[in-house]
Design a protein around this ligand. Structure first.
Ligand SMILES: CC(C)(COP(=O)(O)OP(=O)(O)OC[C@H]1O[C@@H](n2cnc3c(N)ncnc32)[C@H](O)[C@@H]1OP(=O)(O)O)[C@@H](O)C(=O)NCCC(=O)NCCS
Length: 188
């Protein structure tokens, strides 16, 4: 069974080696352990991981602050990629943002990171602009992407009214149920 767990300071100590191994193979400038530890102590930070048995499959870290969610970090174990796990992590973050009445979720992504850009487009983030020379290691710009939570709420309303023929049927939405089916996930 795959479960979503909260990475507290204690959990980070327990899974330190696995999380750091995923981080180091996933990014040109990986976070140091100290950065993860700071997030476990930061009250606006949410740090979750997908775990199967004692194996960490991937993690996500984001801030919920001033009515907005900011995605800071997401990575999936290289041997478990393209199985829907990245989408599960993003959808879980979106569910949380909606439950907290956040206005939007935003993130920065490297133009060269096509896998991540596609993941965000598939989860209905939109490109909003660029931050010039944002990544100091390569001098790359960052693409800013955002997911407008109010649009999701209105889309839900459209679907409700569409049964009465009052508005067009919206496109099918990729929810968690779809990915549970796709990768046979179960959650604790
Ligand atoms: C980006 C990342 C988290 C995606 O995780 P994942 O579990 O492989 O993603 P999913 O399996 O949920 O993929 C969802 C969709 O994203 C797109 N996608 C993911 N990986 C892709 C790739 N290598 N090439 C093209 N599209 C890709 C596809 O549209 C995919 O849907 P599909 O498999 O039905 O075609 C993973 O590649 C990763 O850890 N990368 C290194 C860390 C990183 O770049 N993080 C993002 C920083 S902004």
């Amino acid at each position: 069974m795959i479960s979503l767990i909260n990475i507290t300071q204690e959990a980070f100590t327990l899974y330190h080696d696995q999380i750091m191994a995923i981080e180091e193979v996933s990014f040109p400038s990986p976070w140091k352990a100290r950065a993860f530890l700071e997030e476990t102590r930061n009250p606006v930070s949410h740090f979750w991981a997908l775990k199967e048995g004692e194996q960490i499959l991937g993690y996500i870290c984001f801030w919920m602050y001033a009515g907005e969610v900011h995605l800071l970090n997401i990575a999936v174990h290289p041997e478990r990629r393209r199985q829907g796990l990245g989408m599960v992590l993003v959808e879980k973050m979106k569910q949380f943002a909606l439950s907290q009445n956040a206005q939007r979720i935003y993130l920065e992504v490297r133009p060269s990171n096509l896998a991540a850009r596609r993941l965000y487009l598939r989860t209905r983030f939109e490109e909003k602009g660029r931050r010039k020379r944002y990544y100091t290691d390569t001098g790359e710009d960052a693409i800013i992407m955002a997911f407008e939570c109010c649009r999701e709420v209105h889309s839900g309303l459209d679907e409700a009214t569409s049964t009465k023929g009052l508005s067009p049927v919206s496109e099918p939405r990729d929810g968690l149920e779809h990915f549970r089916t796709k990768v046979h996930l179960q959650f604790q």
